[in-house]
Design a protein around this ligand. Structure first.
Ligand code: DAH
Length: 367
């Protein structure tokens, strides 16, 4: 049984007096102002305006007060809680604006940053040039033929009239594979593609075959044990050296421009008769005195060797099953690496094969 209500004695309700309520209010307002982000403000809201906050607990006490005290305390606490609600809403709005600004700032994309931090690879200039060469011939209606890099000795040599005693068959030039009785070599030239083509197709034959070849050469500025050739072969009725010359002049012009000067020099290849070597006017000294005398590019020759060619030896036609009475042909084999060096002023062959992408990218995506 409770006793009668006594007169209002402020001393008995200290937590609800003005000083305390003000203190709680000030503390809460300070905490709200001090909340640095929405997360902190959420914690401040629970602590100072939640169900178990000092002001909420004080509010619960009000009911127990005598009427006059209840009225005063109710007004004080009510006002303090209202102030907190207002302050919380204001701070919330402020922090939301800040958070949004921060997010925009953090998510901003700097369009000036490099977009391709992993540089893309580049097609190798030799690959691009090989395709371009093939295109020159495909545009004339020729076909592209291919052969394997590991080739039968017979196709690399015998079928091409390179007899067993030919110097190119000694160990010095050729990479032989083991076991020796398999008679396989790394092809030393693209010419075996000629034999393969004649054995599998019937004339008229118009084929071009760019590809890799191997020789046991030193690796220096002008030699490499792996290099590239493009082979050409035509077998048809009435083919002469004149067709060969016209074709190679067109090929040279499409590689080096109309102003290029070529020279045909009598030569010898077992698979052609007659044979010639094709030279290009040196692009550095142009064969003009006195520069030509000290020209390092052509070594004082005024000309640079481009490749070999000739009228297909009837013995090769016969070995490959072609009727040599009815058909004649011409063939050529040009150095693709030389073409690239000549066309683009590459002075060291090793730059082409060391796989440094900076060499390739310098050529752009097309030649
Ligand atoms: N295969 C020869 C070489 O590697 C180049 C060559 C000469 C190819 C004359 C031919 C040709 O087709 O007719 O030196």
């Amino acid at each position: 049984m409770s006793g009668p209500n006594t007169e209002y004695d402020p001393v008995q309700v200290t937590p609800l007096d003005e000083e305390h309520v003000t203190a709680m209010r000030e503390q809460a307002l300070a905490a709200i102002a001090g909340a640095g982000d929405l997360e902190e403000l959420r914690a401040v809201r629970t602590e100072h305006a939640g169900d178990r906050s000092p002001l909420a607990l004080a509010n619960r006490e009000i009911g127990a007060l005598p009427p006059q005290a209840r009225k005063d305390a109710g007004r004080r606490v009510g006002q303090a809680r209202k102030d907190l609600t207002t302050a919380l809403a204001a701070r919330q709005a402020e922090l939301e604006v800040e958070a949004e600004a921060r997010m925009i700032d953090e998510e901003a994309v700097d369009v000036t940053l490099p977009w391709d931090r992993r540089p893309a690879g580049a097609r190798h200039p030799i690959t691009m040039l090989s395709e371009r060469i093939a295109d020159v011939f495909v545009a004339m209606g020729w076909e592209v033929a291919e052969g394997p890099l590991v080739e039968a000795e017979w196709l690399n040599f015998d079928a091409l009239n390179l007899g067993a005693d030919h110097p190119a068959r000694t160990m010095q030039d050729t990479f032989w594979t083991e076991p020796a009785e398999h008679h396989l070599v790394l092809r030393t030239q693209t010419s075996p593609v000629q034999a393969r083509t004649m054995l599998t197709r019937t004339p008229p034959i118009y084929v071009v075959s760019p590809g890799r070849v191997f020789r046991t050469d030193e690796y220096d500025a002008t030699h490499s044990p792996m290099f590239h050739q493009v082979e050409g072969l035509v077998v048809d009725e009435g083919i002469t050296m004149a067709h060969l010359k016209g074709t190679l002049d067109h090929f040279a012009a499409s590689m080096f421009g109309d102003g290029i000067t070529t020279r045909f020099r009598p030569s010898y290849f077992p698979f052609t008769e007659p044979s010639a070597e094709v030279d290009l006017r040196c692009f550095v000294c142009r064969g003009l005195a006195p520069a030509v005398a000290d020209c390092r590019t052509c070594k004082g020759e005024g000309w640079i060797e481009w490749g070999g060619c000739g009228v297909v030896n009837p013995r090769v036609l016969v070995a490959c099953g072609v009727d040599a009475e009815r058909f004649t042909g011409f063939a050529f084999g040009m150095g693709i690496d030389r073409t690239l060096m000549f066309r683009h002023g590459v002075s060291d062959m090793r730059d082409m094969f060391e796989g440094d992408v900076r060499f390739s990218t310098a050529f752009g995506s097309d030649l």
